[in-house]
Design a protein around this ligand. Sequence first.
Ligand code: 13P
Length: 235
Amino acid sequence: MKKLVVCNQKMLLARDEAKLLRKALDDVDLSKINFIVCPSYINLDVFKGYNLGAQDAFYEDKGTFTGEISAYQLSLLNVKFVIIGHSERRMFDNEKVINAKVKAVLRNSMTPILCVGETKTDKSLRRTSEVIKRQLETALSGVVLDDTQEIIIAYEPVWAIGSGKCMQKEDIEDTILYIKKILSMLEISNYKIIYGGSITPKTIENIRNELVDGYLIGNSSVFLDDLNMIIKCIK
Ligand code: 13P
């Protein structure tokens, strides 16, 4: 199976920069991976033709919600994936909202990329398993997937994001196995698990792992040379 490579462009690119990246990306051989790009909302059209993901989505389809963009609206723009519960958004969303967003994404025939992961404090208090279990149970409460639906779980330790600090391969494997166990308890079988957090050309060699179905890349995803090196290493 081809590895997933999900590029979370965060709020890193102005429109002109996104256009330049798109042009350069068109020359990269992506045939051996399953490539998904998640630009800012305003840059979604710049990456037309690629597998498109959004970085968040509101749970109501339509209504008087100033400043929000719904899963329904995104589905009309050919968006196929939506990141939900990213640690950079969890400060605005409680777990009930994250659950509603996962359901809204599925209801609108898209695939949620649900982010879970422990903070530095959780890690130091050895609470990683407890935190991940709670995040999965609450976000997936009442979620029943039919045969056509899938969910992508992105394991992103919060302390690893943007820190240059990389998780040990063995620790990633342990957590992935744990996530699989929880998903099985929740009777969810249509899923992929990807890993994210400080994936760079330097760290990918150590992180690369047969247990994961792919990778979620932040900062390095907007630098073409870095992204290219990471992709070469993955495939
Ligand atoms: P970095 O790759 O910049 O650490 O970001 C990871 C991330 O948050 C992807 O969603």
